[in-house]
Design a binder for this molecule. Structure first.
Ligand code: X90
Length: 276
């Protein structure tokens, strides 16, 4: 099958085990600098810059042309975006799909609104790769991914909601409370792809407890789980160790957030995508 998987860079990975993958960068913009979220970005350096920077900052999603460039000349394109309720990435991808299918009859594009970001997008990408490598029919893959999305979820832990609030993605009053020393917010991606706060926790240990509680309530039972963290490997390792006690054979991956998720999750933030 001549296919390609493309995802905006909020997926946090630049490579997959299959060659036909491309990440399409979002941008992080300050009055001093523009950071392109691709392989050349020094994410740690960007986070360090941002901790010192006091001015305005924002982000920009891929445009239609960026998506079209990434579709390249694949017959079957699977395109995964960050939640359409948080970004214009999905809309741009849908316009690119229309252009591409019109210009090249016979080619097909399936745009997946992840209604989420980061690790949940990664799970979707890996499921697509698994099915495509088995030469599953295009329409069948679309159908199975729709089903798969019903049993994947995203939880997150945040120490600061400053950048989310400044860019209108969460309520300013909620952000203020989380800004207080030692308070962590635990939340999940809602069914419509927005940030749904679940708990305000005092200290990281309580936040980890809350995460494990929500994981279980959402039906996690030792399946695939991915943890992306922003300068907080310690919390990710702790969560993994605690989960492995309960779920001996859980498949857990730990890695760093890319540019876009690092900007919004901020230092200490952690995103957990998993299969229920
Ligand atoms: O189009 C753009 O400029 C991108 C805007 C993205 C805004 C939100 C990114 C959130 C990243 C924060 C915690 C996870 C929330 C997931 C809820 C669906 C990470």
């Amino acid at each position: 099958m001549n296919y390609k998987i493309v995802a905006d860079s909020s997926i946090d990975i630049l490579e997959m085990s299959v060659p036909a993958f491309q990440s399409v960068p979002l941008k992080i913009i300050t009055s001093q600098k523009e950071y392109v979220d691709d392989a050349s970005l020094d994410v740690g350096g960007m986070v360090a810059d941002l901790l010192l920077y006091k001015g305005k900052s924002s982000t920009a999603c891929p445009g239609v042309g960026d998506w079209l460039g990434a579709f390249d000349d694949a017959t079957y394109v699977f395109c995964i975006t960050i939640s359409g309720n948080l970004s214009g990435s999905y809309n741009a991808a849908m316009l690119a799909k229309r252009d591409y299918e019109e210009q090249f009859p016979g080619r097909r594009v399936y745009v997946v609104d992840s209604l989420s970001t980061g690790p949940e997008m990664r799970l979707i990408a890996e499921k697509i790769a698994e099915l495509a490598e088995k030469d599953t029919d295009f329409d069948e893959i679309c159908k199975q991914i729709e089903q798969y999305q019903k049993r994947t979820h995203l939880l997150f832990m945040l120490e600061s909601l400053k950048n989310l609030a400044n860019n209108g993605r969460v309520n300013a009053a909620v952000a203020k409370v989380i800004g207080l020393l030692g308070i962590r917010m635990v939340g999940k991606a809602s069914d419509v792809g927005t940030l749904q706060p679940l708990d305000k926790c005092r200290g990281e240990q309580n936040a980890l407890k809350a995460i494990i509680k929500h994981l279980t309530e959402l039906g996690y039972n030792g399946g695939k789980l991915c943890i992306a963290h922003c300068l907080n490997e310690a919390a990710a390792l702790q969560l993994k160790a605690q989960l492995l006690k309960q779920f001996l054979h859980a498949k857990i991956e730990i890695y760093k957030t890319g540019g876009l998720c690092s900007f919004y999750a901020e230092k200490g933030g952690m995103l957990i995508g998993f299969e229920a």
